[in-house]
Design a binder for this molecule. Structure first.
Ligand SMILES: [Zn+2]
Length: 258
């Protein structure tokens, strides 16, 4: 399984920066998990191929690129873009983003080929198929309705948290999965912003260490993502000092093969 975190910003030389403001992960150039930078940073092959977006939650850093992605494709799209999300997240998007005020309600519009957007609600704990992938949503602990996923392509399997604080259900489900190839987990704030992390339902390095004690898949590589760009270096330093086995920072724009 090919896996890539799309860049959010570019440095002064036009190179993808490691600072992650937005969340958008691409699997096999076909499926997007979250759409933070989808409309801005997807390459031409990805833009041509991606017709499925799976959302963890509706915070702006996870959906900012979705309206732009749909807008770019609107006139030419032949097959509608499937937006896979919980009923609650779909409701939030329709009420607050695709409401004719912030952006057009694409779900009510058609181009010459038919509808351009199709909502595909999923239920927590019930496996669903997206292209060649089997996906299961698991509730996590964030300020708003949010999920993580277990995703399999038949050969490899990964678990990804989305934004979250401490979890129990996620670990229960993930520990029951066989042969996980990768765990991707957030760590938004450094430890000195513990209070902010608590209020906004995110993890810090110390909290992450505690969470990983609940993870029973020995030897599975752990990739940390969603480091707030303002504290990027600080969080990495703190994580390094904790010397957690198999842990690394997920590199922006790198194509991983899980
Ligand atoms: Zn969030």
């Amino acid at each position: 399984m090919k896996f890539q975190l799309l860049p959010s910003t570019f440095d002064e030389n036009g190179k993808a920066s490691q600072r992650q403001h937005l969340s958008c992960f691409i699997i096999d150039d076909f499926v997007a998990i979250d759409a933070g930078s989808l409309g801005m940073a997807a390459n031409s092959i990805q833009k041509k191929q991606i017709r499925d977006v799976i959302l963890t939650h509706a915070h702006i850093d996870h959906i900012a690129g979705l309206p732009l992605f749909i807008d770019d494709l609107f006139a030419t799209i032949k097959k509608p873009l499937n937006i896979h999300a919980s009923e609650k997240v779909i409701e939030i998007l329709e009420k607050n983003i695709f409401n004719w005020e912030i952006y057009p309600k694409f779900s009510e519009l058609e181009n010459d080929n038919g509808i351009v957007v199709k909502y595909c609600p999923f239920e927590i704990g019930v496996e669903f198929e997206v292209e060649h992938l089997k996906v299961k949503a698991i509730g996590v602990n964030h300020k708003v309705p949010a999920v993580g996923f277990v995703i399999s392509d038949g050969n490899s399997k990964l678990a990804i948290t989305g934004d979250t604080a401490e979890m129990d259900e996620f670990w229960r489900v993930v520990n029951n999965e066989n042969n996980l190839n990768a765990l991707l987990i957030e760590c938004a704030f450094p430890d000195n912003l513990m209070e902010l992390a608590e209020i906004s339902h995110h993890l810090t390095p110390q909290k992450l260490k505690k969470e990983l004690k609940k993870f029973k898949q020995q030897g599975c590589p752990v990739y940390v993502k969603n480091l707030k760009p303002m504290y990027h270096k600080e969080i990495i330093k703190e994580l390094e000092s904790l010397k957690i086995n198999n842990l690394q920072i997920l590199e922006v724009n790198k194509v991983y093969k899980f």
